[in-house]
Design a protein around this ligand. Structure first.
Ligand SMILES: Nc1ncnc2c1ncn2[C@@H]1O[C@H](COP(=O)(O)OP(=O)(O)O)[C@@H](O)[C@H]1O
Ligand SMILES: [Mg+2]
Length: 291
């Protein structure tokens, strides 16, 4: 049997090279305040993989995506076991565009800080009088570079994204830049409207696109999981203050109250957190998560 090693280990996901395809495996690792915690959250990786699958299916009429299969039966023998079951997505290998496509529907985090200082977020003028966590009149596109390992992604304007892509794809950069911006907004609108009806506010999120062998723009990476997005519970939404995270509220509250815990969570916090991931999955898909 051929053995495989991930060629890339992110904080939370592992990526394997299957020549024509990639295999993205979501582990049960969880991060909070930019630190990987000492506990795993059982089933988190499976739930997030199935959530991405749901969204890729939900938006396949908006844009082609990289998902090929989430069945281990479609994978080499090495992967046909419990370790990979449910948490693996076989994806079409793409040539990734060097932009993180961020879209914000609500004002929070660094966006809120920047608005208070200048009335702008990433160079975009916003109406006066917004309060923290307000819904924006229209979702805004605030791309960043995709930094090399260890460096921070940097905010760029739309025009800078054109320049960056023109450099890499002469004569086509402007088209690609406009296309990924428009797709980002369209995907966000469709999915955030849907999620809002189901009781989850998707305050912001990040998409990544790549090119297939025909130069067509295809949606890649993970899609609209709580790891790539800010999910808020809609029932307690109250502008004028920060909102609790849908999934990490117990984790963050615990870590703040227990700095001595050194990023290790007690069992009840882990259990409550698993329950939040299950709840998000069920609210969004209408189905209970079965592991
Ligand atoms: N279809 C794809 N083809 C090629 N690369 C992809 C595809 N989908 C996602 N990727 C890349 O795989 C990597 C996944 O790594 P990830 O776990 O997110 O770590 P990080 O974001 O820290 O690099 C990212 O670099 C992402 O751009
Ligand atoms: Mg990533």
């Amino acid at each position: 049997m051929q053995e495989y090693k991930p060629f890339k280990e992110g904080k939370v996901r592992e990526v394997y090279d299957l020549s024509e395809s990639l295999l993205i495996v979501a582990t049960d690792r969880i991060s909070a305040f930019d630190v990987i915690l000492k506990n795993d959250v059982p089933d988190k990786g499976k739930i997030l993989t199935q959530m991405s699958k749901f969204w890729f299916d939900f938006t396949k009429d908006v844009v082609k995506n990289h998902m090929e299969s989430t069945e281990t039966a479609d994978l080499p023998e090495f992967f046909q076991n419990d370790r990979f079951e449910g948490r693996s997505m076989k994806c079409k290998k793409l040539s990734m565009l060097p932009i993180e496509c961020i879209v914000r529907g609500y004002i929070t985090g660094t966006g809120w800080a920047s608005y208070q200082e200048s009335g702008k977020v990433c160079g975009i003028d916003l109406p006066a009088g917004l309060v923290e966590s307000d819904k924006l009149p229209e979702p805004i596109y605030t791309p960043t570079t995709k930094a090399e390992l260890g460096l921070h992604d940097e905010h760029i304007t739309f025009e800078e994204s054109v320049t960056l892509l023109e450099k890499q794809y002469p004569g086509k950069g402007a088209d690609y830049a406009a296309k990924i911006r428009d797709l980002t907004i369209a995907l966000y609108r469709k999915c955030a409207d849907y999620a809002r009806e189901k009781g989850i506010i998707i305050a912001d999120t990040k998409f990544e696109f790549g090119l297939d062998e025909n130069g067509e723009v295809v949606l890649g990476d993970e899609m609209l999981t709580p790891d790539s997005s800010r999910f808020w519970p809609a029932d307690s939404y109250q502008p004028g203050q920060g909102q609790p995270s849908f999934d990490k509220q117990f984790v963050r509250d615990y870590l703040k109250a227990h700095p001595e815990a050194d990023y290790k969570l007690p069992a009840d916090i882990v259990e409550k957190t698993v329950a939040k991931y299950r709840e998000a999955y069920q609210l969004l898909t209408g189905k209970a998560f079965v592991s």
